[in-house]
Design a protein around this ligand. Structure first.
Ligand code: FAD
Length: 304
């Protein structure tokens, strides 16, 4: 499980202000974030494409609380779709429901997501839905159930640490949802999410094997060798081709492994965040690997 203290820091507006206002080293931000503007993300996506790696674009931002900001975020996604259609083959965008207004009004969020799905369909760019904190989990699942009839290619993240994950997977089995299976990155209590990392990994592998057998083109969002090797072995045992599923990883994490998998003929997609609002995203990455925090803190001290 991610480090709880760091996950709490991810939600702290005071710390966010401090970190953002200090002249911190761009190096640590740049490792995980493709740049400030869409054109930066385009260049990073072109670099990935040259290595046979697909892109899943994410304009950073979350927990938006007013309607104008939700509309702006929706437009950012549509701009991203237009850019990808022109320049990057086989790309997708990944959407955070809290950015589209899920905490303001679930219907507003559904309407905004529908606009993004329509743009994706028109321009042949995939649309994926992130799964965020459990406080909006059920609304997110309900929204995807509702939209799937019109947009069957939609992909949704499922968090293996969630005690609701098995029910969520089964609820979509008949509809043939495309999933992105992840371990889960938010601070949750023990009633909501499995806390022990070994148990989360076992759960992840169990659900990965189930998804390979029961759902179309599952994606596996993980950097964990234990999961990747297990998925490869299971897929071979089930007689699946390497192109029947895909591995997804985060920009800047284990890039050599991303290339290696692509060279082996696997489909690999990299989640590519860009924009100014990097703080909560970056803190979740720190929480997953507290060793990164030392580099981060050192950069704050030396630059501030
Ligand atoms: C494409 C993608 C999309 C995601 N979408 C969501 C989502 O919608 N909702 C959600 O809750 N979570 C999401 N996540 C995050 C996910 O839940 C995990 O928190 C994250 O992937 C770390 O788990 P892991 O499976 O890589 O395994 P871990 O056991 O955490 O890590 C395995 C190994 O990967 C490397 N590694 C992992 N994290 C880091 C890091 N930050 N820095 C450097 N090395 C690292 C290390 O070598 C580590 O030993 C996503 C992850 C990916 C890859």
């Amino acid at each position: 499980m991610p480090n709880k203290l760091l996950l709490a820091a991810a939600d702290s507006k005071k710390l966010e202000q401090f970190a953002t206002n200090n002249k911190m080293s761009r190096a640590i931000v740049d490792r995980y974030v493709a740049g400030k503007v869409l054109n930066d993300a385009r260049q990073a996506a072109e670099g990935l494409a040259s290595k046979g790696i697909d892109t899943c674009l994410n304009p950073l931002g979350e927990s938006v609380s007013n309607i104008n900001d939700c509309a702006r975020a929706t437009q950012d996604y549509i701009d991203g779709i237009n850019m990808l259609q022109q320049h990057i083959p086989n790309a997708s965008v990944s959407v955070k429901p809290s950015q589209l207004g899920m905490t303001v009004n679930p219907q507003l969020c559904t309407d905004n997501l529908r606009k993004i799905l329509e743009a994706g369909k028109e321009h042949d760019v995939g649309v994926e839905v992130d799964m965020e904190h459990s406080s909006i989990h059920d609304q997110t699942v309900a929204m995807v159930h509702e939209l799937l009839a019109d947009f069957p290619e939609t992909r949704m993240a499922v968090q293996s640490y969630s005690r609701a994950a098995a029910d969520v997977l089964h609820s979509f089995q008949d509809k043939g949802l495309r999933i992105r299976l992840v371990k889960g990155a938010f601070e949750e209590d023990v009633d909501t999410a499995i806390q022990n990392p070994k148990d989360v990994t076992s759960q992840y592998n169990y659900q990965a094997a189930w998804a390979l057998r029961n759902l179309p083109e599952p994606a596996f969002g993980t950097h964990d060798d234990r999961c990747i090797d297990f998925i490869k072995a299971q897929a071979a045992q089930f007689g699946l081709a390497k192109t029947d599923f895909e591995f997804q990883m985060l920009y800047g994490i284990r890039p050599e492994l991303q290339e290696q998998l692509a060279q082996q003929g696997h489909r690999v997609r990299v989640y590519l965040p860009y924009g100014d609002q990097w703080y909560p995203y970056l803190m979740r990455r720190m929480a997953e690997r507290p060793a990164n925090l030392l580099v981060f803190l050192r950069s704050l001290i030396t630059r501030s």
